[in-house]
Design a binder for this molecule. Structure first.
Ligand SMILES: O=C(O)c1ccccc1N[C@@H]1O[C@H](COP(=O)(O)O)[C@@H](O)[C@H]1O
Length: 211
């Protein structure tokens, strides 16, 4: 099971998450309290491992601007978290994650229209288009089934609820932002607990006990 930590805004948190075994880091270039500048993202991404997924999050952004961000920062996957159509998603020559807001089973019907590499399931819109820390009814997605799709599960995940969410949806990856924050800042302890929970590591497993 892969883990994405979204809303990275500083190098120290990014490197700590890598050390803890994260598979993907998300950088938000949309309206958000976690918005990052191109220059800041570039500085962080340039020292991250080559094989790590560096995901740029956009909401109804112009294609030219997305391509500029990709070119200047080293982002290697784009996450489209707005009202982008299937053809918008197909127009990029790189892997695309399309986010869908899941309020009811009806919202899953659009999943078949998208041919992109990954579908991300998030809760219906809150204050922002994403990153609101709100869960949706996972049983809706479990009943529908999304065979053949790489599903990324997001929306209000925490170290406490992620095991249940994984059991119900069986996604390809889980994505968290609010659930690993304290007072709006990323918290390394919460990040570690989340990653350990998903990767099935036991508490204290890596602690060396001196004799
Ligand atoms: O994180 C944000 O601020 C954000 C802003 C705009 C669009 C998407 C955003 N993040 C994505 O939102 C979901 C859910 O996050 P949370 O764990 O509920 O806080 C996740 O996919 C983030 O990548």
């Amino acid at each position: 099971m892969k883990v994405k930590i979204c809303g990275i805004t500083d190098l120290d948190t990014a490197l700590s998450a890598v050390e803890m075994g994260v598979d993907a880091l998300g950088f938000v270039f949309a309206e958000s309290k976690r918005r990052i500048t191109i220059d800041c993202a570039k500085e962080i991404i340039r020292v991250l491992p080559k094989d790590l997924l560096k995901i740029g999050v956009f909401v109804n952004e112009h294609k030219e601007m997305i391509e500029k961000v990709v070119m200047e920062t080293g982002i290697n996957v784009i996450q489209l978290h707005g009202d982008e159509s299937p053809s918008d998603c197909d127009s990029f020559a790189m892997p695309v994650i399309k986010a869908l807001s899941i309020g009811s089973s009806q919202d899953l019907l659009q999943a078949d229209e998208y041919g992109c590499e990954y579908l991300l399931l998030d809760s219906p819109k809150g204050k922002y288009r994403g990153g609101n820390g709100i869960t949706f009814d996972w049983s809706v997605a479990a009943r529908r089934g999304l065979k053949g799709k790489n599903v990324i599960l997001a929306g209000g995940l925490t170290a406490e609820n992620v095991a249940e969410a994984i059991q119900i949806i069986q996604p390809y990856m889980v994505d968290v932002s609010s659930g690993v924050e304290v007072e709006g800042m990323k918290d390394k302890g919460k990040i570690k607990r989340f990653i350990d929970e998903v990767k099935g590591r036991k508490e204290n497993e890596n602690i060396f006990i001196a004799r």
